[in-house]
Write a protein that binds this ligand. Sequence first.
Ligand code: ZN
Length: 318
Amino acid sequence: MSRGRRGTPIAPAGRQAAALVGGVEAGGTKFVCAVGASPDDLRARVVLPTTTPAETLAAVIAFFRAQSARLGGLAAIGIGSFGPLGLNPAETDFGHITSTPKPGWQNVDLAGAIGRALQLPVALDTDVNAAALGEHRWGAAQGLDSFVYLTVGTGIGGGVMAEGRLLHGLVHPEIGHMRLPHDRQADPFAGACIFHGDCLEGLASGLALAQRWNAPAQLLPPAHPAWRLEAHYLALGLANLVCTLSPQRLLLGGGVMRQRHLLPMIRQAMLAHLNGYVRASSLLERVEEYVQAPQLGENAGVAGGLALALALDRRGRG
Ligand code: ZN
């Protein structure tokens, strides 16, 4: 039950009021923090610049302290963060941002620092796993138990829910770095990934688009050959996900996907790559539903944080 005393709506008879929790979208340029019970019920929200860990985390902690005092306490904090992250409780880097290329942010104990300062349970996951959980709870993946959330922006990342649980495994999925067939005669661009060159992110991220064509994605007109190639690579990635993870749906978000003509091209290319082998009516007959945009829009990241916190709070209360 919510510990809220002021500003908490009165619960309908026979139902407990929803717990107020904190959600954090921890990104490389900004931290979005919010307090609420759902993305439609936000009581406070702030956007903080990502500077040094000490400065940014102090601002995050100050925000939640102030809101907790104002609203009467929070049940938990959920953080969806850029990574890579330590998510194995048996490892010493659990709760940390680990080997990120972002200067100053290697080996930062993100979950521990916030949890200790606020004396609250903290759930940490990748930004994309968090966003997947938000879409599962409130958005385009409601009612499903196996799906993939992919974001195509400056980089490419993916979160996975498999049979009702967010997939972690060895560390966590790194969908953006899967290797793809790359015809160097048709596309001589060597790739933009600093680790692999021509992985999926290296070939199809917003950064790759900008480097290959010397123009940002939003300046390339719909008829430009860039988009056919972009759809080809993203569809190869999706076909691989269909074959390996057997998802019930694929959600595609991120800045590059704001080009509205791209999604239909990706669907058709994906079906061509699969060539009729995976036989499911939801894939073959309802591909517009099978490959679709997320629904939570610009609040997707912070909604993911709230969903992580609510899941933790529910587990904590048994
Ligand atoms: Zn890579």
